[in-house]
Design a protein around this ligand. Structure first.
Ligand SMILES: Nc1ncnc2c1ncn2[C@@H]1O[C@H](COP(=O)(O)OP(=O)(O)OP(=O)(O)O)[C@@H](O)[C@H]1O
Ligand SMILES: [Mg+2]
Length: 465
């Protein structure tokens, strides 16, 4: 029952206050002596009302309470009532129950209901001290993590209040840092380079930068440099003069149209050598010519570029201009792969659910375990598909139908060994769909693993069972 706590680092018991509640004075004295020897401040109470009064008055780190408070009482009812009262009034204070061997079931029930632990009378001092120490350590860790949690959510609320976050969803610390950096560089009139894998959310970050910039009311144009052949790309960026090439009409380019605002250049890694040269020039001087024109025009545009290519490598290989790179990445924001920020998976998945749908626990496990090579876009598609295909409002792992071919490489992926698969199949009485759900796998994925392990199902029987 005692929570596992590292033994390499032990806190001192001193500076802690423990309240002992027992009608037997000898018991109270015994605890007082034992705990005081270890520096604990001991408060005592002989009955529930005295105990509750002391708890209300003084800060207590731990309660050790008896289950019966009158000589003739043995049912434990009074102890149960006191425990429930303490839980209700002081939900964070751990409670150790002192119980007779004959009443262990009650204690076990109460531990399920939130008591920290129980100790059978007569107790062993060493075991009691270990239990007390473990609980105080756990409580301190919990308090610290609650404080940190509160600081985190305050920081997030402040960010969302002060800036337009364009509906971005995240919970991870890395994304919080990234989003706050984006909001802070938004006002500076410098180019920003956003890097990161496919579908990770580079465009969302670009949206945030524009939405919080001083030019948020000016045009925000996006050009996907990966989607256009070279000739068209230059025409798209810089415009054309009528007759620049066969059939060409006069056309405004994006640099002109975005004048005074922001231009988002997506998939920058695909820009041709001439395109790179022209881009460098417009960034340096604000000058450019339409294709087929000798008239130099001027524009003032804030450029945000994005790429999933490794530009440093492209520079080494001579495919990307180093001078252009340094022009563009005055500030570089790197959006991590979804697999590297697993805290974001469930908040994103829930945000993508259609109204009226929810995720079953096995589906949540499967989502967190999967490694999302297509990142947020893949997650969005998987949830959309599941909402369309699911026959029930609760989406199970099977409805997600995640491929098993790309298992997570991270350490927290449970290794599905033969034993756990056999166990799950046993529990599911050989029904593969049930076992798969239980394991957070798709049915196909489970079949594949069974095949790999050479597990065969006999009709009506789990393998090996
Ligand atoms: N943190 C997020 N919160 C909410 N939606 C997100 C988030 N990240 C990404 N998305 C959504 O996921 C999809 C992919 O994001 P986005 O287009 O920004 O990725 P990208 O990195 O630009 O991808 P690509 O490399 O393919 O251009 C979009 O529909 C976007 O709205
Ligand atoms: Mg994009």
């Amino acid at each position: 029952m005692t929570p596992p706590v590292s033994t390499s680092w032990r806190i001192s018991l001193a500076h802690h206050t423990v309240l002992v509640v027992d009608d037997n004075e000898a018991v109270r004295t015994a605890f007082d002596v034992l705990l005081s020897l270890h520096g604990v401040t001991v408060l005592t109470a002989a009955n529930p009302s005295e105990a509750l009064a002391k708890l209300a008055r003084e800060p207590v780190d731990l309660v050790i309470q008896d289950m019966n408070f009158r000589r003739e009482a043995t049912s434990g009812e009074e102890g149960i009532a006191l425990f429930r009262e303490i839980r209700a009034r002081h939900p964070d204070v751990p409670v150790i129950l002192l119980t007779a061997w004959t009443h262990l079931e009650t204690a076990v029930e109460l531990v399920k209901a939130g008591a920290a632990d129980y100790i059978a009378k007569p107790w062993e001092d060493a075991r009691l001290l270990t239990t007390v120490r473990n609980l105080l350590e756990l409580r301190r860790a919990q308090t610290e993590s609650r404080v940190m949690q509160r600081q985190r959510s305050e920081a997030r609320a402040a960010l969302a209040q002060d800036f337009d976050l364009c509906g971005i969803v995240y919970d991870s610390d890395v994304m919080h840092t990234l989003v706050s950096m984006a909001t802070h560089v938004a006002h500076a009139d410098v180019p920003v380079l956003i890097t990161g894998p496919n579908g990770a959310g580079k465009e969302v970050i670009a949206n945030i930068i524009h939405a919080n910039s001083s030019v948020r009311d000016k045009p925000f144009l996006k050009v996907n440099l990966g989607a256009l052949p070279n000739e068209l790309m230059e025409a798209e960026l810089f415009g054309t003069e009528a007759g620049a090439f066969t059939g060409a009409r006069a056309r405004t380019g994006r640099f002109e149209a975005a004048d005074g605002g922001t231009l988002f250049l997506d998939e920058l890694g695909n820009l041709s050598a001439t395109g790179q040269a022209k881009l460098l020039r417009v960034l340096q001087t604000g000058e450019f010519e339409r294709l087929g024109s000798s008239v130099t025009r001027r524009t003032r545009v804030r450029v945000i570029a994005a790429t999933n290519a490794n530009l440093r490598q492209a520079i080494r290989e001579g495919r990307f201009r180093e001078d252009l790179f340094y022009r563009l990445n005055v500030i570089e924001l790197e959006v991590p792969a979804l697999a590297d920020r697993k805290d974001d998976i469930l908040p994103l998945a829930r945000a993508f659910l259609q109204q009226g749908f929810s995720l079953a626990p096995d589906a949540e496990r499967a989502l967190v375990q999967y490694n999302w090579p297509g990142n947020v876009r893949e997650l969005q598609n998987a949830i959309k598909r599941a909402c369309l295909l699911s026959t029930t409002p609760t989406i199970g792992a099977a409805a997600l139908n995640l491929p098993a071919s790309a298992p997570s490489q991270t350490a927290d992926e449970p290794t599905l060994d033969r034993a756990s698969i056999e166990e799950a199949l046993g529990r599911a009485r050989g029904v593969v769909a049930h076992a798969a759900r239980d394991l957070g796998l798709s049915r196909q994925a489970l079949y594949r693993r069974m095949e790999k392990l050479g597990l065969k199902l006999e009709p009506g029987r789990a393998p090996g069972g």
